[in-house]
Write a protein that binds this ligand. Structure first.
Ligand code: CIR
Length: 268
């Protein structure tokens, strides 16, 4: 059960953020704010109390709070985002988390740099981390490098979780691991076609999504509901047939900035 979520509305210069894998035009700020507010209301419908941070013009991507931390029942782990322009987002998240977690861990940066050869700076984006019960899938992507993924694997291991790395670098179309998978509980994983055959996921029941509705793979199970991007009727129907209560949320303006539904909140 989640009880809270951290959210941050988009800032006025939100359109100046990064876009790597989409070319859908500039987002409309007023519409993004409206969509964000509806997203917040949906989280409240799922019985979450919200920690609402202020918009931050210094970091146009700061509304995508999920990339800055990995939260579990036992641990709060701050990340070092792969893109330099996003690293300053972590500080305000750390402050917000301090009220709820007595110990906060950090991954990323240079560690074990004992040789003359420089060690790569370990980076990690929360969007590459999919918690599936007691197991973590950690994507190695353009944002999360192998050192960052291995550091996280070690840290979650110390808290008693297992993990496996999923190398996504051959799929540059997918920004983060969670752009293509989501865990629904009940041993079920939502998977886009491109990832469905990978042996890492073979022990799970697969919930498939068609290529046309791929964006909706980034859905979020929150307590008794599944939040899903609006405009993906086949996938929403699949979820309902499986017995899930869905809440559809308009995400168009965030999609233009490469953002999925999960990345607008940190749930804990
Ligand atoms: C970025 O490229 O970093 C942002 N414009 C979007 C980040 C989306 N994060 C996510 O899906 N976890």
């Amino acid at each position: 059960m989640f009880t809270r979520a951290i959210v941050r509305p988009p800032s006025e210069n939100f359109a100046d953020g990064l876009t790597t894998s989409v070319n859908l035009g500039r987002p409309d700020f007023a519409m993004a704010l409206t969509q964000h507010e509806a997203y917040c209301r949906a989280l409240e419908t799922c019985d979450l109390r919200l920690v609402r941070l202020e918009a931050d013009e210094e970091y146009p991507d700061a509304t995508f709070v999920e990339d800055t931390a990995v939260l579990t029942e036992k641990a709060a782990i701050l990340t070092l985002p792969g893109e330099q322009s996003r690293r300053g987002e972590v500080g305000s998240i750390e402050k917000a988390l301090a009220e709820f977690y007595p110990d906060i861990t950090r991954v990323g940066g240079r560690s074990g740099d004992t040789s003359e050869k420089p060690v790569e700076t370990a980076t990690l984006d929360g969007g590459d981390v999919c918690e599936a019960g007691e197991h973590f899938f950690i994507g190695v992507s353009a944002r999360t490098n192998r050192s960052g993924a291995e550091q996280l694997a070690r840290v979650v291991g110390e808290f008693g979780y297992t993990s496996s790395l999923v190398d996504m670098r051959a799929s540059p179309r997918i920004l983060h691991l969670k752009s293509g998978i989501a865990y629904l509980d009940d041993n079920r994983l939502v998977l886009i076609d491109e990832l469905a055959e990978r042996q890492e996921f073979s022990e799970y029941e697969h919930v498939r999504i068609t290529a046309r509705e791929e964006y909706a793979a980034n859905c979020v199970r929150v307590n008794e509901h599944v939040l899903v991007a609006a405009g993906h009727p086949n996938f929403e129907g699949t979820l309902r047939r499986l017995g899930y209560r869905t809440i559809a949320i308009e995400m168009s303006e965030f999609q233009k900035m490469d953002g999925g539904l999960s990345c607008l909140s940190l749930r804990f």
